[in-house]
Design a protein around this ligand. Sequence first.
Ligand SMILES: C[S@@+](CC[C@H](N)C(=O)[O-])C[C@H]1O[C@@H](n2cnc3c(N)ncnc32)[C@H](O)[C@@H]1O
Length: 223
Amino acid sequence: MPFRISPKRLLAGALFPRYSRFIDKLNRNALFLDFARANTATPLYDGRLEMFDDVIGRIGDGPIDYLEFGVWKGESIRYWSGKNAHPDSRFFGFDTFTGLPEDWDFRPAGTFNVEGHVPTIDDRRVSFVPGLFQRTLPDFLADFQPHNRLVLHLDADLYSATMYVLARLHHLITPGTILIFDEFGDVQHEFRAYHDYVASHIRECRTLCGSFQFYTAAFEVAA
Ligand SMILES: C[S@@+](CC[C@H](N)C(=O)[O-])C[C@H]1O[C@@H](n2cnc3c(N)ncnc32)[C@H](O)[C@@H]1O
């Protein structure tokens, strides 16, 4: 069959010959505004620690399996392990520990490089999985048995990493699972990953709270 491209597509290509990040961002911004308008009754805080405290309060004192994707120097995993004292809780931190594997907006690959040093947290419940998620997660999941309510803290900044983690963990994400996005307001990255995951995996999530006008956001999976 001869190769043909429809006149409509050619016209669109003549008007916009190259991919426009700007137009893409504008479109996704409209989706973000739809989300914000649909969630006007959701508690919003000035800082992410207050948002974490809200989520921690909702979870209560029970044991959790907390998986954090994007650890850097360990500030957020240290906070969470300090707040949940249950002896059966487990905290896993995943990171290259050599920084972002690709450019993220104006931040070049390698940003957040800590030269392979994992944070020192004096708590036997906390462990780290160094390496690219796309390389380490399959082996981790081969051994991982969920024991407790799952809390996924998605703080890798990038669309690729966030989308990969959500899709790869889909079988463990059940009603009651908590999803936290640290850069939810980045419409081309974490917001897009959330949007694509929910749409492609037919998920329903309840918005719990946010901070910085939904720059960060927390959800509970409903179905
Ligand atoms: C903003 S930092 C995390 C900050 C940390 N949660 C905190 O609050 O202090 C983002 C981290 O994601 C990591 N990261 C991004 N994509 C990754 C991937 N595909 N595999 C492993 N680590 C990744 C980077 O190395 C970086 O350290």
